[in-house]
Structures are given as structure tokens and as C-alpha cells.
Ligand binder design. Structure first.
Ligand SMILES: Nc1ncnc2c1ncn2[C@@H]1O[C@H](COP(=O)(O)OP(=O)(O)O)[C@@H](O)[C@H]1O
Ligand SMILES: O=C(CO)[C@@H](O)[C@H](O)COP(=O)(O)O
Length: 481
């Protein structure tokens, strides 16, 4: 039986999942890493750190020389720039980076107003323009640019390329032509040859480089599929292919999304539109730059002496609404409101660390509830919410989602849904699965109901959310009331 392997280049960690053709998880491995922030608003990672994590994972998993098919998933938007020898010319500038406001303004001036671009701080194009204008010597060495997971595919196969679900989040992609926006690149004085070919996610990129196969302890006959953005892979790993199912991901950042057959040129207030990795589908996404990273920050403040399990216990020890303490989680700003900040509102001497922890968690979920308003305002209906990402490990966060969203919360018990999505892409690329229907059939039994709304909590949180919106609007969203 063929083994399918999904590699997810996350922001906080790299995950490798091995499944069989029935999508039963045989093994998983995770390597944690951090984000380098040499200056305020900068966020960088060394691409070789990701590659070392891949090597370490395969050595730990020991696949014993067998022939496998690999699919890739990765954090979106980041710039990886390599020279003519394929060596990174500088650390990757990742999605959480906010340094390129001047460059962003310049790009928006030239962008075709009719196009849907997905251009904001931390996407590949403004980051590349920042390098061009601030590090000309480094820029002159760039031969090709790509996204984080594309670097891993390059190290595996030697081929530099990308695919549509990630290309559409670079700011340099035209939804009209489904290709790089060569006109925009020319206006910015960027050589279009820096941008690699764009393939379909389910195409096979090629075979492994023999020495790499040896290093990873797998057969040289192993194949590598192009794969897709982590976002698309989470939707796939949760078998979300039709409307009415909402994905709520709490990773380092967080996102609410659903899949639709929407026309790709349609704009929706506050929401982004990404290409799905499979079929002619579109993902409609509301993003927050403040997901699990916010809880990580509180964990750091508490001196690192508390585990997430202890945080759950602390939070469960105080009442719903954290004794009228409301937290805005915008420590990293937001894409639509870069000047937004974190706020604890309503602090008194009666509040303890447990209240602060609970209020932080509630604030993270209020932030996602706020994104849900954009879905409702755009007339996007849903019947079911599937939760994913590292946040699913917390029973408190799951119950808060049920209470604050006022709906049942399901989780796919394969865990690491983006890595699962990447394994599915591997299976689709070699014809293990004939259609998305057969994937849906295999994953159906793995979907578990994790939390249902508790009536009194729903009411308490309705009031809490009203206060949250007031504090957010009055301080950071002028004119919104
Ligand atoms: N037990 C837990 N309880 C609550 N949050 C958790 C727990 N374990 C991990 N997390 C959160 O999950 C986040 C990482 O999620 P993950 O999906 O792995 O992210 P990424 O794909 O960005 O690497 C961390 O920022 C952390 O705050
Ligand atoms: O920024 C987006 C979507 O716009 C994310 O999809 C990033 O790729 C980061 O995801 P996490 O690592 O936070 O899960």
C-alpha cells in the first residue's frame, strides 16, 4: 500500500504526517521553531531552519527506504528569495511582517483597480519591493522568488515553481489572467523573470534528488506533488468543499473561511478571496494576525511556568466574561486596521492572572466573531463550524467558540489538518482518490462534535461582544459604531 506524506511548513512548527491510502494516520512528527524579530514590526524565518526540520522529521519517522508520495502545505504570503545557486539571499520575510508600508502604498498606486489582488503588508510583493529599495545589493543577487513551502519542494526535487493557491496571496497575481501581473511588475521596475512558473496543486513536480532521498531514508522513486497554501490544505484536510461549512483556524494567526464557487473577481467587504487548491473553487477568508501567538505572548509573560493545559485549568476557574474584563487581541495590528493595538479594558484589583488568561482567550474568539460579522454582512450563510489548528487542543477555546459563535463546533480527529490536506493532495496527484467525494467519504467518520453552545454563556457573551466592538470601534475603527 502506498504511503502518503503531508509536510506542513507552519509558522510556529513544521509538521509531517504519514497516512495510508485510507487516510488513516500512521505517524506524525513536529519540530517547533520561532519567529525572528530583529526590529519592531519585522518577522523573519531562515528557510534552512524549515529544511532542517524536514530532514530531522524524516530521520525520526524512519520510513525505511519505502516509496512515498509527498504533498506540501505552507504558511502563505512570505518572501523566499534565492540566488542563481538556489541559496537564500536573506532570511524569509514572512506574513506577520509589517515593515513595508511605503512600498505597499506605491504598489496600490499602480495596481489595476478592477483586479482582486490580495496585497497587504507581509505579502510577497511589498516585501520584495522593500528589499529592492532598502537592500539593493541583496536584491541584485535574487534569481527567483517563491513561497515558504515552495522552498521545501525545491530542496526535494531541484525544481523552482509555485502553484495557484499560494501565488494568489503574493500581491503579484492577477485573478483575471490566473498568472503573474506582468504589467504591475513592469510598472514597479521588477524583472518578471524573478517569478517562477505556476502549476496546479495536484500536478507532480517530479522525483526526489537521489542524495536527498538517501538523506531522508526514502526511495528515489518517491514523488512530490506541488501542494498548496496552508489555508487551502486545512480546508481539504477538513473535507470542506461545499458551501455552508465554516473553517475556524487558530494557528499562529487565525482565519475564518469557507469554500464557494464565487466568481474570482468579486469583492467582499473585509474578506479576502483565495484560489482553492482543488477544482475551480474559491476560498473566502477573513484573517486575523492575532491567533495562538497572543496566547503564546501571555504564556511568555507568565514566565513560561504554565503549560497550555494549566492555562485551561486557570481559565475554567473563573466565570464566563472574566468578571467584566474585555481584551482586544490586536497585538500585531490587523491587515485592515494596521494601527490596532492590544487592550485590557475594565481591569480592577479584583482581577487575577486567571482572569487575564480567560479574558485573553475570550478576546481571541471575540476577534473571530467580529470577522463572522463580515461573512454575515456579505450574505454568506453557514450551518456548521469545523475548528482546526493548534487551538483545537484547548477544550476551553472550543467551548468559547461554541458559546461566542452560538453554534456546534466540530473537529476532525486526524489533528494537524493542514498536513492531512497535504497528504490528500499527494493522493489526488497519483490517482489514489478518484474525486473529492471519495476523500469526503474517508474523512466523514473522523469528524467529532466537540462543543455545543450553553444558553447562559451565549447570553453573557452577547453582552461581552457588544462591549468588545465598542472598545475596538471607538479606539481603532473610526466611524464604525
Ligand atoms: N494546548 C493548547 N491550547 C491552546 N492553544 C494551543 C495549544 N497548543 C498550541 N496552541 C496554540 O496553537 C498555535 C500553533 O498552532 P499551529 O496550528 O501549530 O500553528 P502554525 O501552523 O502557525 O505553526 C500556538 O500559537 C499556540 O498558541
Ligand atoms: O495569513 C494567512 C492567510 O491569509 C495564513 O494562512 C498564514 O499562512 C499563516 O497561518 P498560520 O501559520 O497562522 O496558521
Amino acid at each position: 500500500m502506498n504511503k502518503l506524506v503531508g509536510i506542513d511548513v507552519g509558522t510556529s512548527s513544521l509538521k509531517v504526517m504519514v497516512t495510508n491510502e485510507k487516510l488513516e494516520v500512521l505517524d506524525t512528527y513536529r519540530v517547533d521553531y520561532g519567529i525572528n524579530q530583529p526590529f519592531p514590526h519585522w518577522a523573519e524565518q531562515d528557510p534552512n531552519r524549515w529544511w532542517n526540520a524536514v530532514c530531522g522529521s524524516f530521520q525520526a519517522l524512519n520510513l525505511d527506504g519505502c516509496s512515498i508520495t509527498i504533498g506540501l502545505s505552507g504558511q502563505m504570503h512570505g518572501l523566499v528569495a534565492v540566488d542563481v545557486y538556489g541559496q537564500p539571499v536573506r532570511p524569509s520575510i514572512i506574513w506577520a511582517d509589517n515593515r513595508s508600508s511605503e512600498e505597499l502604498q506605491k504598489i496600490l498606486l499602480h495596481a489595476n483597480k478592477e483586479n482582486v489582488y490580495n496585497i497587504w503588508l507581509g505579502t510577497l510583493l511589498p516585501s520584495l519591493l522593500w528589499v529592492k529599495e532598502n537592500e539593493p545589493e541583496v536584491y541584485s543577487k535574487i534569481d527567483k522568488v517563491m513561497l515558504p513551502k515552495d522552498y521545501i519542494r525545491y530542496k526535494l526535487t531541484g525544481e523552482i515553481a509555485t502553484e495557484h493557491s499560494d501565488a494568489c496571496g503574493t500581491g503579484a497575481y492577477s485573478f483575471f489572467t490566473q498568472n503573474w501581473d506582468f504589467d504591475l511588475l513592469e510598472k514597479l521596475g521588477i524583472n518578471p523573470s524573478l517569478f517562477p512558473p505556476i502549476h496546479r496543486s495536484t500536478d507532480i513536480a517530479g522525483m526526489l534528488i537521489p542524495e536527498v532521498a538517501h538523506q531522508l531514508m526514502i526511495s528515489e522513486q518517491s514523488k512530490v506533488a506541488y501542494g498548496g497554501s496552508d489555508h487551502s490544505m486545512q480546508l481539504l484536510g477538513n473535507s470542506i468543499f461545499s458551501k455552508g461549512i465554516l473553517n475556524c483556524n487558530i494557528g499562529t494567526g487565525s482565519q475564518i473561511s469557507l469554500t464557494s464557487k464565487f466568481h474570482k473577481n468579486k469583492r467582499l467587504e473585509g474578506l479576502s478571496i483565495f484560489s482553492h487548491a482543488v477544482g475551480d473553487l474559491t476560498n473566502i477568508v477573513g484573517t486575523s494576525l492575532n491567533g495562538g501567538s497572543v496566547l503564546q505572548w501571555v504564556k511568555g509573560l507568565a514566565g513560561g511556568t504554565f503549560s497550555y493545559t494549566e492555562f485551561d485549568r486557570l481559565a475554567e476557574g473563573v466565570s464566563v466574561g472574566s468578571n467584566d474584563l474585555v481584551f482586544l487581541p490586536y497585538l500585531n495590528g490587523e491587515r485592515n486596521h494596521p494601527h490596532a493595538k492590544g487592550v485590557f479594558f475594565g481591569l480592577t484589583t479584583s482581577h487575577t492572572l486567571a482572569h487575564l488568561v480567560r479574558a485573553t482567550m475570550e478576546g481571541m474568539i471575540y476577534g473571530l466573531r467580529d470577522i463572522l460579522e463580515d461573512f454575515k454582512n456579505s450574505g454568506l450563510e453557514y450551518e456548521r463550524v469545523i475548528s482546526s489548528g493548534g487551538g483545537t487542543k484547548s477544550r476551553v477555546l472550543l467551548q468559547m467558540q461554541a458559546d461566542i459563535f452560538d453554534c456546534d463546533i466540530y473537529v476532525c480527529d486526524t489533528k494537524e489538518q493542514a498536513a492531512m490536506g497535504a497528504a490528500i493532495i499527494a493522493g489526488l496527484s497519483i490517482g489514489t482518490f478518484e474525486s473529492l467525494g471519495s476523500v469526503e467519504h474517508l474523512l466523514k467518520s473522523k469528524m467529532k462534535l466537540m462543543a455545543s453552545p450553553i444558553k447562559e454563556n451565549v447570553e453573557e457573551y452577547r453582552k461581552g461582544f457588544e462591549l468588545f466592538r465598542k472598545v475596538y470601534n471607538r479606539n481603532f475603527r473610526e466611524g464604525i459604531e
